[in-house]
Design a protein around this ligand. Sequence first.
Ligand code: ATP
Ligand code: MG
Length: 577
Amino acid sequence: MSPTPPQKPERSEPTIGKETPVPSNFIRSIVEEDCRTGKWDGRVATRFPPEPNGYLHIGHAKSICLNFGLAADFNGTCNLRFDDTNPLKEDVEYVDSIKEDVRWLGFDWQDREYYASDYFQQLYDYAVQLIHKGLAYVDDLNADEIREYRGTLTEPGRESPWRNRPVEENLDLFHRMREGEFPDGSRVLRAKIDMASPNLLMRDPTLYRIRKASHHRTGDAWCIYPMYDFTHCLSDSIEHITHSVCTLEFENNRELYDWVLARLDVYHPQQIEFARLNLTYTVLSKRKLIALVENGVVQGWDDPRMPTISGMRRRGYPPEAIRNFCDRIGVARRDSLVDFALLEFCVREYLNRHAPRVMAVLDPLKVVIENWPEGRTEEMEAVNNPEDPAAGTRKVPFSGTLFIERDDFREEPPRKFFRLAPGREVRLRYAYFIRCTDVIKDPDTGEVVELRCTYDPETRGGDAPDGRKVKATLHWVSASHAADAEVRLYEHLFAEERPGEAADFLTTVRPDSLRTVAAKVEPGLTGAEPGSRWQFERLGYFCVDPGDGESGRLVFNRTVTLRDTWAKIAKKTKISG
Ligand code: ATP
Ligand code: MG
């Protein structure tokens, strides 16, 4: 019953910078055509059907945007349906997180929140109907035997010795399965299709199994649970779905989807498959994501290094950027591998317009301005967002003791290093020109611990009246005014571009995917809203960690750097943008 494994994906080359809001795709074309011909009376009804056995990830976002997007664009509806048929792996924690994530992404299922478990009685009745029609039977083979009897791609399967049980006996046994008379694994209900079918899924697939386990919604009401292939098509049918959109690995399941609905002679939606999202430096299989959480490789499902929606939210990715990414990658029928850099490009593009600029120093080096009047503080006027004039300006305190980025100073500057060095003059953003006059070192280690500088009072605001130029502008904070912040610097979790292809993907985890630094930030950031997003000038975009709201500490997660690696990739592969 397991879907066919995805093929090794080609790297895709999505176009960027296109003006079309939502590029068309083959699924939209089908829906358009159906609306034109009145196939479903002009109705469009889709659904997003997660199994509540893990948190949603960016691949699910693609499916959510597609399903809810089709409904929105064709004046239809999209249901949120929990495909909750496996009590051993499912949990309300997952149900709650899925609802939160879909909502956060910006989609609304209104009152259409459905659960496959709500259909258990109906599904049972449908199974009984199949038995009556001689199309299903109770099999006493165990799981190993069933596998053995199934045959292979090159050999037909063998029929179970129980395959030709009389209808009455099947009805009786199925009823007793439900009543809990038999232990787990002792019997199953199977569809009676064709043990020689070239499609292995059609070789008498299992429809029901015994699982004496409590279900998070139905409790102990049931001890037999329907399998995915039986549940999914009938849930779609019950909800009068028109277009049942799913990922390519279910292509072979379509024959079974159609078989069940046709044999029961019920409302019959159309299943359409599209290619799932694969991202570089990322795994998107739930099994692997669970392993990361359970092995403590990350700190939880919402760890900002996780490709989960909750991880991305915590990392500071805006929902608009994720939706934009999903539009850009498009929907195709062939598996592809999308560059993580494209997702980061979308995040940066949104934040560039919306995140206010502030100054923060991640690796502080003390600067004392020797000719600064003792005890004096000046308020410098700083622009909040040059991309958004409406964002206005703010005041940033400047004094005689500052911090600059350690990396912005070199005692012996190499060629092409234009920032601060002994004797050299640079501009401090929104403030003055300063010149380095002396370097103070730790006598034991030789480490530079402080710079002595002078400032030119004539250069307030950043320009010299005599027209002399400087080659660099540095960010800074005033030492006595700055707030302390913990800043978490994230890198890809995996060292390999295709970690999922490694023999053991856990061995490709980078040891340095999280680095924490003690930073100094503008005093205005004190009390910044959890989840709020900022550009630290020259460094990147950062988000106040929503998880540390109560501690009173200021903690930032780096959302993305300012380096646009996508532009480089796009250029190399001749993609417009
Ligand atoms: P697993 O990782 O165990 O295969 P799943 O991710 O398919 O599980 P579901 O909860 O069944 O988990 O997925 C819900 C919906 O999201 C399905 O319709 C599925 O096709 C879709 N989906 C899952 N992964 C992706 C992906 N990478 N790209 C696009 N759609 C996806
Ligand atoms: Mg699935």
